[in-house]
Unconditional design. Structure first.
Length: 230
């Protein structure tokens, strides 16, 4: 069965709208287009055309790690946030710096993060990132104490509008110091002595919480509607 290209494109559009999550090319091809003789390459072409169709609208078609989704443009985030009484979560500088280091240096241990930042990182900061779905444990480093190795998730890529880690922007120069030159790296996963950070992600010196942004990267909507997480 054959359908005009425009008809196939609108079918893809409808599928992405109702799915409630990103859809990959293979998912689109194997579901709503399963009755039609189309290739994955042709579906990619239709998606590119559909993305162009939305290029001047308030909603954009975006490819992230999990597939293709519709989302509100980031430039309208502030105005759209007024639709909900509950504000989107805000995170401390400590939480976002920890996430940045995990993203750029993964797999990495908590002790290695502490060595770079020069402060003790509380377990609550790491737990916050895990609960958010941005960070996961991928094993243990084979050194004394076998500390946990941390890495980012597919949800992390989706939130920050990335298809892969290769799209990460250039790292802040303040966080580029090599681990080998930093003091306190013993590989045992124990906190460094000195200034510690509060359990809820704020720093002891009273850092102001920040919107979820990673280095120069703008965060995207978690959901297609742009509604903040519950």
């Amino acid at each position: 069965m054959a359908l005009p290209a425009e008809r196939l494109k609108t079918l893809i559009e409808a599928a992405i709208f109702v799915a409630g999550r990103p859809l990959t090319v293979s998912e689109i091809k194997g579901s709503v287009l399963s009755d039609y003789p189309v290739t994955g390459r042709y579906v990619q072409l239709l998606l590119a055309e559909l993305r162009q169709d939305y290029s001047e609208r308030g909603v954009e078609l975006k490819e992230v790690a999990s597939g293709w989704r519709f989302q509100a443009r980031q430039e309208y985030a502030e105005e759209l946030s007024r639709l909900w009484s509950e504000r989107a979560p805000r995170y401390s500088r400590a939480v976002m710096e920890t996430l940045t280091l995990i993203a750029y240096r993964q797999p990495i241990t908590r002790a290695e993060i502490e060595a770079i930042r020069g402060v003790a990182v509380s377990s609550q900061i790491v737990n916050t990132l895990k609960e958010r779905g941005w960070v996961r444990s991928i094993g243990h480093k084979e050194v004394a104490g076998r500390p946990e190795l941390l890495a980012t998730t597919r949800e992390f890529l989706d939130y920050f509008n990335l298809q892969s880690l290769e799209q990460l922007p250039e790292l802040d120069p303040d966080l580029q110091a090599p681990l080998s030159l930093m003091p306190g790296e013993g590989g045992d996963g124990q906190p460094l002595a000195g200034r510690a950070e509060h359990e809820h992600g704020g720093e002891a010196n009273g850092a102001v919480p920040q919107e979820p942004r990673l280095s120069a990267m703008s965060a995207g909507s978690d959901q297609q509607s742009g509604k903040p997480d519950e």
